[in-house]
Design a protein around this ligand. Structure first.
Ligand code: GLU
Length: 464
């Protein structure tokens, strides 16, 4: 049997880190098994669902390269099918109409809690013949005795007593079907073989298995993956920084870094940390998914991103960094200079956003200096030295790394000082104190006019 997995988000907000990781595990498993991967938009909650959220899910998956093998399926297109199944269950006596008022349910709940019992629906309407004309919900007749046992691919054997479960609402008063019903009908109709989802759904699974049985369908294999916590051990939320996956794109993370990072959130393959997409597909399996919650660690994501920034194709990086430079007011073509700037700076940044920020000085003058670096570099009185080097650089015929190198060396000899005495103030004068590569290369890339202008500015700054 060929494997079919699905990602079934509710489009009620952005695609968050946890959702993206669920999508990734489902996608990886399908790819690993040579199966199919499907996206199902669970948009039955029309009030909370939005087009923008659907778009954010599609954009997030697209960014990560989680391609689907069919057009997305929308649950709102399938109401007739859910109705058909509910009608069938009613006809078979496996579901019933219920008119219990919220007040009755509240009283029941209070009494059960007072008696130290778990609150659950008492089956009051099970044997009442409620007519379809009255406003009602439809409840599923949960088996009252026995137990459900299933093998979760991550958690192992799970066993639940049926008396723990009550008669689940499968259709609301407004006629809309509920999650547990739609998920079963869809997973069945779509031929899903493996349901891989967050373990916040594990309590729904026994109920869903009963529905499968009532409908005479075989249930899929389940794999419930652990939740993602913040570093402080609490559930990942906005407090821990960005939760939306697209925020990481905006902040200049590379999709391959995010993919690699998400894969390691709850899954491992020996001690290996860096995985290409192909390796993930090759090695991924559900047995190596942890049962313990994973914790989100931004430093590790940054470390991975730095790794991929160092190794990514530079033409691609040039394309990716241009919007970040544009945000800083720098318009640049993907020219030779940008390629050189990227290769000079790429090891010094964790994100594209940072790479743009620490590279802005190649294009843009500045008026302030990084305080600590400047304090150290400008101590003593570097003004005479800056004037000296300014004259030498101004008279250079060709503005190239080798000629600049020679000029700095000549100045060091002529002034009879250590290299640092010249290099340090000069570097801060032209970069403002931003991280930069070899000084001669830095100057070449900044260009003659900007270099001379900035030395002059530093001299004026120091004279003040
Ligand atoms: N729509 C559900 C959610 O977003 C997922 C359902 C499932 O995977 O079974 O939590």
């Amino acid at each position: 049997m060929s494997v079919i997995t699905r990602f079934a988000p509710s489009p009620t907000g952005y695609l968050h880190v946890g959702g993206a990781r669920t999508a990734l595990f489902s996608w990886l498993y399908a790819r690993q098994q040579g199966g199919r991967f499907i996206l199902r938009i669970e948009d039955t909650d029309r009030v909370r669902s939005s087009e923008a959220a659907v778009q954010a899910i599609l954009d997030g998956m697209n960014w990560l390269g989680l391609d689907c093998d069919a057009e997305p399926i929308y649950q709102t297109d399938r109401f007739a099918r859910y109705d058909e199944v509910i009608t069938q269950l009613l006809a078979d006596g496996l579901a019933y109409r219920c008119t219990c008022s919220p007040e009755r349910l509240a009283t029941l709940r209070t009494a059960q809690l007072a008696a130290g019992q778990k609150p659950r629906y008492d089956g009051h309407c099970r044997t009442r013949q409620v007519s379809a004309e009255q406003p009602h919900v439809v409840r599923f007749c949960q088996p009252q005795a026995g137990e459900v046992i299933f093998t979760d691919q991550v958690r192992g054997t799970i066993q639940v007593q049926n008396q723990e479960l009550d008669d689940l609402i499968i259709r609301r008063t407004d006629g809309s079907p509920t999650y547990n019903l739609t998920v079963v009908v869809d997973d069945h109709d779509m031929g899903i073989t493996h349901v891989i989802r967050g373990d916040d759904h594990i309590n729904n699974t026994p109920r869903q298995i009963h529905l499968y049985q009532a409908l005479g369908w075989e249930h899929p294999t389940f794999a419930h993956i652990p939740m993602i916590l913040g570093e402080d051990g609490s559930r990942l939320s906005k407090r821990h920084g960005a939760v939306s996956i697209l925020h990481y794109q905006d902040a200049g993370f590379l999709p391959e870094a995010m993919l690699n990072y998400l894969a390691r959130l709850g899954w491992s393959h020996g001690d290996q940390e860096i995985f290409s997409r192909e390796e993930l597909i090759q090695y991924f399996n559900l047995d190596k998914v942890n049962t313990a919650p994973a914790s989100f660690n931004l430093q590790k994501l940054q470390w991975l991103n730095q790794h991929y920034l160092k190794t990514a194709d530079s033409a691609r990086l040039a394309d990716l960094i241009r919007p970040h430079l544009a945000t800083l007011g720098i318009q640049t073509a993907a020219d030779q200079k940008l390629h050189q700037v990227i290769s000079a700076q790429r090891e010094r940044a964790n994100t594209l956003e940072e790479l743009a920020r620490i590279s802005a000085f190649y294009y843009q003058d500045f008026t302030t200096y990084a305080a600590k670096t400047a304090k150290k570099a400008f101590k003593g009185n570097p003004v005479p030295m800056l004037q000296h080097i300014q004259e030498r650089l101004a008279s250079l015929d060709t503005w190239q790394q080798v000629t600049i190198h020679q000029t700095i060396a000549d100045a060091v000899t002529a002034l009879d000082v250590g290299f640092g005495k010249v290099a340090l103030p000069l570097r801060v004068a032209v970069t403002g104190g931003m991280p930069s590569p070899a000084l001669d290369l830095t100057l070449e890339l900044i260009g003659r006019a900007a270099t001379l202008r900035r030395i002059k500015q530093a001299i004026t700054h120091l004279a003040d």
